[in-house]
Design a protein around this ligand. Structure first.
Ligand code: ADP
Ligand code: MG
Length: 695
């Protein structure tokens, strides 16, 4: 059993002054225990130690001012707002609050003194700060007591939970931690140069002004490294434990009878590639065992993972086991559903669909059909996680495009299948190519098969990199292609991850191209559309009724329309290479020679140009991933979170991969010599995970 560590068994309500209402707010940030609070880490830091006089402020600057309140009033312009006017010996500034609490006006009473930190803006009469961070005192003298000896951490926050409150309670948590230090769990020989975990947390939350703050932000400071080391270790340990836990479970051995497999293979217009055959036989070998398979199939976009999944599923079906196939988006689920109906229904098998968009009645029917065992294979989105989903005899779980699902979700589905201690076999399919060192960590709990060959008859995609000054030529080229009966995608991208903005951008381009390309049917698809609308658009595109599809990155994953042979990606420089590769994989699926135009906004930095050229020069996902790493080196901070591989608090797998070897040694050491310490470390970083390990 795990020991207590980092106060992760102490509910936050134990902190003085933290009542029920606040507790709920903290819970909404997934903070339940004092330990969670301690691991709620700053996103960045600000230096608020020196304050400026109002007369010397310049617009756009982030700074602190201090002065006396000379007016405080609520005005009604477009919205109600609170305006507080502050004066120091050099000038006057307005503080403007669009959201404010009842009582805030009284708090900002005329005559009181305050410090405000924020961005300086030009107002109508005076300079302004909008929603500055403020601290109010009754007299000028009391302002001096406000702590400015440290950098100010900025945390992920939520409505009603301000930075000031977060800092206050984290400070209390740190005090508590210092009074309850934990014995060191990691042997000292692995920890040279690192502070203790308590010291590290203290530094990270309350860095003194003389610290190398950049090092704290980029991960090179020993305090940050200590946390990275622990998180990576916890992750690695949890993977090892999941693996051995899994190997101690039982599964139904599933032996191929060929009842369905043979007629299915005969019905296909093509034969599986050698790589597909090899991977399928690896899967069959696992499924024949009485321990649950946990296998990952890695294969570049277009390598034919769906067929592998189908062949694996048929083995389970031949053994009268139910199968569930889960995919991350409605579009993908719909597409799989159509494929599997076409493939499996002629064999007399029942394929069911479950997604959030079904009516309540259809959902109930689906649940009943699953529970009675009538459904043979269920295809669904996250909707398959809900409690009502109960299987009669689930023997096999398939997860497509794994990185979109969390590991905890995956394990919860797997447990649904568990009955009398018999667990389903599991297959995970991903197209995210990641280099080997990283794979050893991220997929440490899985056996890996790789489809390293594309189906024959594909003509490689020709990629060109063009500046947006050539946009008109590109549009002309699309016109020609469409007139020749080809189909094309036009992908709109945005810097910010906002579905709303992205949808707007796509709508603008849609209107523009509709006007510029009379006689060509232009369609539009984006993430803000209703599932049914998306489905209709995809269907029309598939059937050739739409010639040019304007899309946001919603089409990134798994969509298969073989006749589409041209893709334009606008502002390609905004996307990561692996995302570009996924997108581009939507074309080049038929026998027609395919083209991809990566259009960039000028000017372009040398590195970015070099990255786009990698796309031009290679069609191989693994080569691209490797090159991407080389170009970016360890310096640039592009977290694996963005790549979608894993969710870490401080680890950036790419930046921190040099630690992986040491982590493996520590992990092996702890698992053999100090299992309790190992569980305790996992428990302090990944409480969700430890639930499954101890189960
Ligand atoms: P991905 O690995 O990206 O999921 P898909 O499973 O969607 O790839 O397959 C891409 C396309 O290749 C589909 O149209 C599929 O029918 C086709 N395909 C798969 N395997 C073969 C094969 N052995 N020979 C020819 N075409 C194949
Ligand atoms: Mg796929």
């Amino acid at each position: 059993m795990a020991d207590k560590r980092l106060l992760n068994h102490l509910n936050i309500s134990h902190l003085p002054g933290l009542g029920d209402a606040l507790e709920k707010k903290f819970n909404s940030l997934a903070i339940y225990t004092v330990g969670d609070l301690l691991l709620h880490l700053p996103m960045r830091y600000e230096d608020r130690s020196s304050s400026s006089t109002i007369a010397t402020l310049s617009i756009g600057e982030h700074t602190t001012i201090q002065g006396q309140i000379i007016k405080s009033e609520v005005i009604i312009a477009k919205k109600r707002m609170l305006i507080c006017t502050v004066k120091d010996e050099t000038g006057i500034i307005n503080l403007r609050f669009m959201n404010f609490y009842p009582g805030q006006k009284q708090n900002m009473a005329v005559g009181r003194w305050l410090k405000a930190y924020g961005e300086v803006k030009q107002g109508k009469v005076y300079l302004e700060m909008i929603h500055p961070q403020i601290q109010i005192r009754d007299n000028e003298h009391a302002l001096d007591d406000i702590e400015t000896e440290r950098y100010t951490p900025i945390y992920p926050a939520t409505y009603g939970l301000t930075q000031t409150m977060l800092r206050k309670f984290i400070h209390l948590a740190l005090l508590l931690l210092m009074r309850n230090p934990t014995p060191e769990l990691i042997p000292s020989k692995f920890l040279t140069g690192f502070p203790s975990i308590e010291q590290a947390l203290q530094i990270i939350h309350e860095p003194p002004l003389d610290i190398n703050i950049a090092g704290l932000e980029d991960g090179s400071h020993p305090a940050k490294k200590r946390l990275i080391f622990e998180e990576l270790l916890a992750y690695h340990l949890s993977m090892q434990m999941t693996k051995s836990h899994n190997q101690n479970q039982h599964a139904m051995p599933l032996k191929v009878t060929n009842q369905y497999i043979t007629p299915f293979l005969h019905s296909l217009p093509f034969s599986p590639t050698n790589a597909q055959n090899r991977v399928v036989s690896e899967i069959y070998r696992d499924m024949a065992k009485n321990v649950p398979m946990m296998r990952l199939v890695q294969g570049d976009v277009g390598s034919g993972k769906t067929l592998v999944a189908a062949l694996a599923a048929l083995n389970a079906l031949e053994n009268n086991q139910q199968v569930v196939l889960m995919a991350p988006t409605e579009i993908l689920v719909e597409q799989h559903y159509l494929n599997f109906c076409r493939w499996f229904e002629p064999l007399g098998l029942t394929v069911s669909l479950l997604s959030g968009k079904l009516t309540a009645k259809n959902k109930r029917e689906c649940y009943a059909s699953l529970e009675s065992g009538q459904t043979d294979i269920l295809i669904g989105t996250h909707a398959v996680f809900v409690e009502q989903v109960k299987f009669a005899n689930l023997g096999f779980v398939i997860i497509d495009e794994q990185h979109r699902f969390g590991v905890a979700q995956r394990l919860s589905l797997w447990q649904k299948g568990g009955k009398d201690n018999i667990y389903p076999h599991q297959l995970i399919m991903t197209a995210t190519p990641i280099p080997r060192t990283l794979a050893m960590t991220v997929y440490a709990d899985l056996d890996v098969s790789t489809i390293d060959e594309l189906p024959p008859g594909r003509t490689p995609i020709t990629t060109v990199v063009l500046s947006n000054t050539r946009r008109n030529d590109v549009i002309e080229r699309i016109k020609q292609a469409c007139l020749e009966g080809k189909q094309a995608y036009w992908v709109c991208t945005l810097v910010e991850e906002s579905e709303v903005l992205e949808a707007q951008a796509a709508e603008v381009v849609f209107a523009e191209l509709q006007e510029l390309l009379p006689g060509i049917t232009v369609g539009l698809i984006h993430g803000k559309m209703k599932p049914i609308q998306k489905q209709e658009v995809m269907q029309a595109f598939k059937q050739g009724n739409i010639q040019l599809l304007i899309a946001t990155t919603v089409i990134e994953v798994g969509v298969d329309v073989p006749n589409a042979s041209l893709m334009v990606i606008e502002n390609a420089e905004r996307l990561g290479l692996s995302q570009l590769h996924q997108l581009r994989g939507r074309v080049g699926r038929g026998s027609e020679a395919s083209h991809c135009v990566l259009m960039y906004q000028t000017p372009l930095s040398r590195v970015t140009k070099e990255r786009l050229n990698v796309m031009r020069d290679s069609n191989d996902g693994f080569v691209i991933a490797q090159k991407d790493l080389e170009i970016r080196g360890g310096g640039e901070i592009l977290g694996t979170r963005q790549v979608g591989i894993a969710d870490f608090r401080v680890v950036d797998l790419i930046r921190d991969q040099h630690m992986i070897n040491t982590i493996q040694s520590v992990s092996a050491y702890l698992l053999t010599h100090d299992f309790t310490a190992a569980v305790t470390i996992v428990d302090s970083w990944l409480p969700d995970r430890s639930k499954y390990i101890n189960a």
